[in-house]
Design a binder for this molecule. Sequence first.
Ligand code: ADP
Length: 922
Amino acid sequence: MDSYGYAHICLIKAIGHPFARALRTPDRRTRQPVPAGVVCLGLAPWGVDLSGMASSAFLGLGPSALPGWGGYLLFGVVGILVLFLVGRMVLRRIMETIRQRKRSDMQLRISEDKFRKAFMTSPDSININRLSDGMFVSINHGFTQITGYTEEDVVGKTSLEIDIWTNLEDRKALADGLAQDGTVRNLEAQFRKKDGSLVQGLMSASLIDLHGVPHIISITRDISGRLQAQDDLVVALEKYRVLFESFPLGITISDVDGQIVEANLTSESLLGLGQAEHERRQIDGPEWKIVRTDGSPMPPEEFASVRALAENRRVDNVEMGIVKEDGTTWISVTAVPIPLEGYGIAITYGDITERIQAERAMADREKRFHQALLAAKGGAWEWNLVTGQVVWSDENYRVLGLDPQTMEGSYESWLGAIHPDDRAYAEAAVAQSIETKRDLKVEYRVVWPSGAVHWIHDAGSLVYDEEGEPVRMFGVHLDITERKLAELEVRQRADQLAALLESSQFLTSTLTLSTVLQTIANNAAAILKMETTAVYLIERKPAGDEPVGDEPAEHDSIYLGAATPSLPPSFPDSFRYGRLDEHPHIQQAISTRTAVIVPDVEEAELSAAEQTISDMRGLRTILYLPLLRGETVLGVLILGSVGAPQRFSAGDIDVCRTIANQAAISIQNARLLEQIQDQAAELERRVQLRTAQLERANMELEAFSYSVSHDLRAPLRAISGFSEIIARRHRADLNEEGQHYVDNVVMASKRMDQLINDLLGYSRLGRSSIRLRPIDLTDLLNEIRASVIDPLLADVHGVLTVADDLPRVQGDEGLLGRVFTNLLENAIKYHDRTRPLTIAVDAQRDGDHVVVTVQDNGIGIAPGLQGKIFTLFQRLHSEDAYPGTGIGLATVKKVVNLLNGSVWVESQPDQGSTFFVKLPRG
Ligand code: ADP
């Protein structure tokens, strides 16, 4: 029996007595015997312990069986008699009993009162019905509350009349139960309320006897709510089951010993374990391979489940990895103790594999980024543009040359680290980046506390708020000093090479040795940014020279070719020229044929001569470069820095070598040119001498030929005069042979005369006799034709064509007349008798000259002989074939040359010749 049913029975038994009395005698003061069989037990639901009262009721059973007050009196008389008979002891006993009885009555009245109150106030429905017909005798307030029926509604009516039973089967069950056992417990039945609605009740009933009439007392509890709760519980359980199975988080439940007793589907799929496998495991079993987020093994005492069970408290969000064959599943575990008997903990866990992997990837990226930064000597920085707060990585301090112990990362400390010259534009670049919302990219120098200057490449990116305003900037500082220096070196090298090229072009066009040497000195200083330069040349001691005084037998001298800046007058001459062995560094550069460097004269051993020069020039670092041409050393180029020592990079040395090589070439070229010029001058001198000799000889020859010609004319005239007289007057006196001889003498003297005239004409040709002026060639040729040429043409039936509008030429009319007469006479003389003669004269302009052509179709001239015909006395034919003196074309050439022109011939034998006369335009 449950506590509820038990309480009902107690109540029914307990209230039987007072109600029986109430029904029988409403006046409580009326003394009535207490009905037998009424007992009271504890009313647990109301929390009242009635056991004591019940026992009192039992004790009251005896006296309650005695008759009324009359009986008491009789009993008293008898008692007196007994007292009298048995003594005072019995009487005392009776008195005691009476006192007890009084006490019991008092207690009973109290209990009655309590029962009445209980009846009236019970929330359960209590009703008393007559057994025979079920008529209601009494109901309590609980009845009205539950069914809606009041006492007036039901008392005097049967349950059937008010149709309170929904199901008459239930009524029958009640009746049967009472009939059989006299009592019914926990009968569940449905009742119809006054308003027609139904109510589920749990009913207990017992038979009671009222005035000898059996009644039923029923107590009914409204369990509609309880059923609803049961239904709700079923629904809740189902919901829980569905939720448990379909919940996206894995859930396992363990018992108090940590043995897993249940796992949902998510857990099965998440952990890759079936239900059976789950249930085989302890929460801290050795099968679990659990790792921390850093990958290290996680001991069970760190498990959320183990901790929650051990400490009996909720443990939230412990992240761990479950290592499986196909990889690690990452979960976040929360374990909560279950406050139920036998239960341990509920463990829930969500899959955070993606997040962990993303975090790991991010961490990996960050690590690699960090490593890359380290490799690139880079420092990371972050700048909150709103608060101005700046965060720097350790490396960033190092890159900027700042000490994290003494310096705090801030905009100002960044700015302070920058080279003063670069601050303005670095700041401007940052401001512009923020203003234009573009990534930052700027390069500047920072100065480390040691004074070392480092180049920084600063790259930054902006982070914006929802309104697109930049709120944060983060980036890196990369030390690009090496790259920058290399860049500078490249640029410097390019500048040097450009300067070198320019210098080489200049040197190529400059061939004077002194200029070459000075250019080398100047350019070397400029290109290598050295303050002083000097070029020394070697003067080899000619072999076989005898030593003078204490001079060593073998030595070479050096002399200064040029210096930058030029040497002051105070510079002793003895150092402009010197013996090579007095300059050991120069000697070393020459003998080794490699560059020699004195890094710092203050720490070097110099010869006396070297020391003096160094002191006078204020030198600190000296570089000696041999000027090599092949294997020959021409001299040494010396570069010196003044003040601070200078370092030379490999690139500098390369450039120096190039300069030195170029210098050597230029020096050699200049020397060669000097030699050539010397030789040319010598040649010129000789030519001039020879020309003078020739001119003198020529003049002598001309004078000789003139005087001979002149002197021969008188005797020739006598010979020809007398021979003509003989031929004319004494011809008849002579025999045939004599006549023949006389004819020959006459002819020879005529030829002789012609020859002498021609020769005299040729000899007289000179510049003094020329009168230059523009000559109209057409007019000139017409004149020649009319006077000389046309008759000759007529003899041979030749045709001469002269082009119209021949241009004017600059010349002397008489001399030009002789030129063209000569050429036309020759064309007629050397015509081919097998065909009619045609001659054409034409002219073409050629710049500021005119080329006149005289073309014939005569016998022509063999190619090998064409050069000879302009030479004096050169003839290609015998006197018999073609008479002539061989002076004509020589005269033509001499005249044309005197007129600043030229003459040549083109000819094909048997086809004809063309003579070209080129003269200045008139
Ligand atoms: P010559 O008194 O012999 O004509 P020239 O000096 O006038 O002397 O000419 C030299 C030689 O050039 C001639 O002997 C002749 O052989 C050759 N010559 C000159 N003019 C012509 C011509 N038009 N055709 C062929 N040969 C020519």
